[in-house]
Design a protein around this ligand. Sequence first.
Ligand SMILES: Nc1ncnc2c1ncn2[C@@H]1O[C@H](COP(=O)(O)OP(=O)(O)OP(=O)(O)O)[C@@H](O)[C@H]1O
Ligand code: SF4
Ligand SMILES: [Mg+2]
Length: 330
Amino acid sequence: MNSQTKKPLLEVQDLKVEIKTKVGSFVPVNGHSFSVHEGETIGIVGESGSGKSMTASALMRLLPKHVAKITEGSVRLDGKELLTLSEKQMRKVRGAEISMILQDPQTSLNPAFTVGSQIKEALRLHAPGPRRSLRSRAIDALKAVKVAAPEQRIDAYPGELSGGMRQRVVGAIAISCRPKVIIADEPTTSLDVTVQAQYLRLLRELQEETGMAILFITHDFGIVASLCHRVLVMYAGRIVESGPVGKIFANPAHPYTEALIATVPSLSGNQGRLRTIPGQPPSPAEKIVGCPFAPRCDYADARCRSEAPPTVLANGDSEHTTSCWRAVNQ
Ligand SMILES: Nc1ncnc2c1ncn2[C@@H]1O[C@H](COP(=O)(O)OP(=O)(O)OP(=O)(O)O)[C@@H](O)[C@H]1O
Ligand code: SF4
Ligand SMILES: [Mg+2]
């Protein structure tokens, strides 16, 4: 897909989130700008703590209260600015227009209610219609995510289902109201590899049917390669590289992306032992001077350690950006 020719569904500009803790404040989402188009899947990839879930929560306006807040930026969904909506208005948008599948399906289902009542609640809140049809619409939602025997499973409690099945129910709730954008935050971590592959296939099928845009958050560049059109690589709260998946795999412009790709044996050609990136990301409390990746970067020089690199086009390509001094020097 040529992302330049279509109007974006989601447009994020200069988004910043600040977290205040007893020991000080830090910025887990530091000036994100990106857009997502209809029918497009964007991967957000980065190590633990890089700010992927904070980005998702900020887009949903579901940041932890009294801890984190959006301090700058704009999030437009189909042309509508979300950051200035009242909480009441935002509740109508959540679920109906933008929906999130959480990292842990165990915690996103309430064990005390049947799966049917939880799907019906989502439909009642976000896609009101005649009441008598709610049960049949909930069964349809389970069918859409390929839950076998949905007429019986609708009356099951989450604890009576397998992990993979629970994941599908969470997916059913998220897509039941046909949102324009769905954010899937590591929905596969608790699943085994076969269930994971089935689930990813399912998401793609649903996308083909509905044209929804997907933001797919993961640690795993292998998943990005198989599922996503474009990728945003996050490091220490910043998007350090973005562009079409094929171009980034063929020609990563940021040393961190290069290192992440090298951690996936099937992509890097490094068969055998999984490589890890030496060193640790900066701790949130650390004051960063220069490039945040410099302590772990083989190419770091004096300027990298003293001045933050700007975001520039990689290889002069308008679809591919990176924040690295090496790209500036080209
Ligand atoms: N409720 C919270 N209170 C204080 N700090 C938080 C809170 N939630 C997240 N953080 C901090 O914000 C930063 C970004 O966290 P985030 O959860 O977005 O990371 P992530 O990229 O999703 O990581 P993972 O891959 O482990 O899910 C981290 O430094 C984290 O410790
Ligand atoms: S700016 Fe310097 S330290 Fe940072 S990634 Fe590029 S080469 Fe490495
Ligand atoms: Mg997370």
